[in-house]
Each structure stands twice: as structure tokens, then as C-alpha cells.
Design a protein around this ligand. Sequence first.
Ligand code: 13P
Ligand code: SF4
Length: 355
Amino acid sequence: MATVRTGIPELEAMAQAALPRLPLPDLAYTPEVSAETAHLYERVARVIPPVEWPSFAPYIKAINDLKQVRNAVVLAHNYMTPEVFHCVADVVGDSLQLAREASEADADVIVQCGVHFMAETSKLLNPDKTVLIPDMRAGCSLADSITGADVRALREAYPSVPVVTYVNTSADVKAESDICCTSSNAVRVVESLGVKRVIMIPDEYLAKWVQTQTDIEIITWKGHCEVHERFTADEMRAYREADPGVKIIAHPECPPDVIDEADFTGSTSGMIKWVKDNQPSKVLLVTECSMSDNVAVEVPNTEFVRPCNLCPHMKRITLPKILDSLIFMKDEVTIDPAVAGPARAAVERMINLNH
Ligand code: 13P
Ligand code: SF4
């Protein structure tokens, strides 16, 4: 079903309502659904108990069928729950991988299973495609910590110092920036600018971690991730005392003293790669809960210690909402054209740097 765009919201809503709707799928767990999804259950059997599968399988089948009808691609962040990550996603990854894949997406519709700033990035890179997010309320404490006006004030305070902006921000903030970065390329982005000093927003802890990797002076902002800031160094030491063999792998959004206790620090995909490459007997991923489940599926010989911190925004994305997105083509992500141009330029500068 096409999306109607007239530029007049009332007319668009009327025209959209007049379009034919797809029939609602039957969501019973029938023998046919069981057989068609059996190969997917095999993949996630280590992390989804058999008793839960009948509540997931009908949605998984309906979503995978509808993706064909809509010519849609599902992009899922590493923090999605396993039934989304392993059973309906076409592309999975960290923020950088999802941004890259979004720029190459060959589909009419992108369903972003992640938070709002990720869907905005996909829209910036695919202005002519329909980008849907299954729950518009899936935000991010980092994105909420800074506005475009804050960036303009920083520029006034530090004239001619370039602004490097974490992708965990709104399009408004990206539009005020020189270049974007993610946790997997932040050091490279900072060093690419050929300057002695940069402003790096909004994650104070990511900026402090980057500062440990480079001689370039970094001016930070006071934004924090509400999930990673809750981990403490005491907690890490207690885990190590309880089991001296455990490997501690941390995301750079963690506080600096937590990172000091870690054996490795990297983006979500960097953490996954480290576990796959090293196959430790026991590992603690100091990040959002679902990632341990998703990696456990692929690394059967590693035991995961789970200090569980959930991202309430990521957890808003569920199978029933993904199905609703595809049936009703909602919620569509749009960006003010005046903001989209400069915001896109900042994201593209980052993507081009990595090609
Ligand atoms: P990554 O880019 O490492 O996937 O991080 C995104 C994020 O939101 C972490 O909290
Ligand atoms: Fe934002 Fe933290 Fe959730 Fe990532 S985990 S989306 S940084 S609140």
C-alpha cells in the first residue's frame, strides 16, 4: 500500500484512510505455523523456552509474509529481543552497521527495530523511502540530553572548534554538527578532522573514553545513557572476585571507572566480535540485557553472566507492534526538510569516511 503525501496533513489522513487495508492475519498457533517456523525455533531454542514459542510463532510468520507483500526490510539493533533479532530481522548490527545498511537498502519500506534516532538516520539516508518505527515513543536518554540550541551555544563558546555528534541524537542536533560518529568509529572520526580540539556531544562517558585513545583535546557534554550509567565499578569487582576467570566486556557509554575494570571496550558489534573471536568460558557483557541472549545463540560454549539492565526504549519494540507497522504502515518517520539537508550531510560525512 502506498503512502499518500500531499503536504497537507488532513488531506493525507483522509487519503490514507481511503486506501485498501490488508486483511488482518490469523494469529493462531496452527500445525502449519509450527512447521513453517520450526527452523527459526531451532535457532533460538537456547534462549526462548518452548512454552513461549506458540505466542511468538504466529507473529513471526505473519511479519515474514507481510515483508514480501510490502517489499519491506527489517533493520534490527543488537539490543532487540531474540525473537525479533533472530526471527524477523533482515539486517542486524550496531548503529554504524544499521546506518550503512540503511544507505544501501533496496526496498520500498524500512521497518526500524530500534529507537527513534536510528529510524531518523535511516530516513535521512533514504528520503524517498517509507521509514516506519513500531513505537514512536522509543526514545533515548542521550538524544534527550541536548537540543540544536545547545549546540549553537557551544559553538559560540568555542568558535571554530568542530562539533562531532554521536548518532544517538535528534536530526535537529545533527543538523548543527560537522560530522557524526558512532561508538565503533568515534576515535577515527575525531582524528580525521586534522585539528587539535573538538567538541564531542552528547555522551560524556563516550567522549572520556575517546580521550583515553587520542591526543586531540575533547570538550564534552553532560549527557548519559540511562542504561549504562547504572553499572558500577564495585559491581564489576564483585563479579571478578566471585569468578576470577570471567571476562568483562564493556560498552563505551559506561562510566570511566567501569571501563577501567573491563578486559575490552567497544561498540555493541565490537563486543560481539570480541566474544566470537575469543570464545571465553565465562563473559559479562556490560550493556543492555538482550545482547547476551542474542550472542548466546551463536556462541554455545560460552556462559553469560547477566547483570541485567534493560533499555526501556528498545523494549518498546515487540512482535505485535512490528506486525501493526506492516499492516497499517505506521508510524512513519518524517523530518523537517530544512533540518534534513544539513543533518544528512553530517551523517554522510561519517559514512564516507568508513568506505
Ligand atoms: P552501538 O552503536 O554500539 O550499537 O550503540 C548504540 C546504543 O544505543 C548503545 O546504547
Ligand atoms: Fe539510548 Fe542507552 Fe537505550 Fe542506547 S541503551 S538507546 S544509549 S538509552
